[in-house]
Design a protein around this ligand. Structure first.
Ligand SMILES: [Mg+2]
Length: 187
C-alpha cells in the first residue's frame, strides 16, 4: 500500500513539474543568432522549424547564414527537429527535409494546430518543451500561441512579396536587416 501511495505521489509531482510555464516570445535576426545553450537551459527538447524565408527564401535565392551548421550543433546538443511548412511545393520541402535530415510536413496549414500537435507528439515532448521558430507572425507565432509552445520569430529573408505582404507584411514579418550578411543559395 505504501509503495502504491509513493508511486502515485511520484507520478503526481512529475506531472506538476511538467506544467507549462508562461511561453517565451522572442525575436532575433537570423536562426544562427539563437543561443543553443540557452535553449537547452530553458528545457527545450524539440524545435518546430519553418522553412520558407526562415532557412531559404521562397524563390530559392537566399539562404539564412549559418543555418545548417546551427541545426547540426543543435542536434548534437540533443534537440529534436521537425519542419512544418505552409508551402505547397512538396518536392522542395522533401529536398530540404533530406538535406537537413529532419522530418517534414507540408502544407502544414499553420496556425491551425493539427500539424503542430502532430510534430509535438512526434518529438515526444510537451508544448512547454517545444520552440516554434519562423518568420511570420500569423502562422508561426500564432501557431505557437495556440498550441502553448514557445516561439522565436526571425527576420524574413528577402523574397518577392505576395499581394497581402505588400499590404500587411510590415505587421506580420520583420524585414531582413540591410547591414546583415546574407548567403546566396546554390543547389
Ligand atoms: Mg515562413
Amino acid at each position: 500500500m505504501l509503495s502504491f501511495t509513493k508511486s502515485l505521489s511520484r507520478l503526481f509531482f512529475k506531472r506538476c513539474d511538467r506544467k507549462p510555464q508562461k511561453p517565451y516570445r522572442y525575436s532575433v535576426e537570423i536562426l544562427a543568432d539563437i543561443d543553443i545553450d540557452w535553449l537547452v537551459h530553458c528545457g527545450c527538447k524539440g524545435i518546430i522549424l519553418d522553412l520558407d524565408n526562415t532557412i531559404v527564401s521562397e524563390d530559392d535565392r537566399y539562404l539564412s547564414p549559418g543555418a545548417e551548421e546551427w541545426i547540426s550543433k543543435a542536434k548534437f546538443a540533443g534537440l529534436v527537429f521537425f519542419i512544418l511548412s505552409n508551402g505547397k511545393r512538396q518536392h522542395r520541402v522533401l529536398y530540404w527535409s533530406k538535406r537537413l535530415g529532419i522530418p517534414a510536413l507540408s502544407p502544414a496549414k499553420k496556425p491551425f494546430p493539427k500539424a503542430l500537435r502532430h510534430a509535438i507528439s512526434y518529438m515526444r515532448s510537451y508544448p512547454s518543451q517545444v520552440f516554434v521558430i519562423g518568420d511570420s507572425f500569423h502562422t508561426d507565432v500564432m501557431g505557437a500561441k495556440i498550441t502553448g509552445c514557445h516561439c522565436i520569430q526571425v527576420a524574413t529573408l528577402p523574397h518577392p512579396p505576395r499581394w497581402w505582404e505588400i499590404i500587411a507584411g510590415r505587421y506580420l514579418q520583420k524585414p531582413y536587416p540591410q547591414q546583415r550578411e546574407i548567403w546566396n543559395f546554390q543547389e
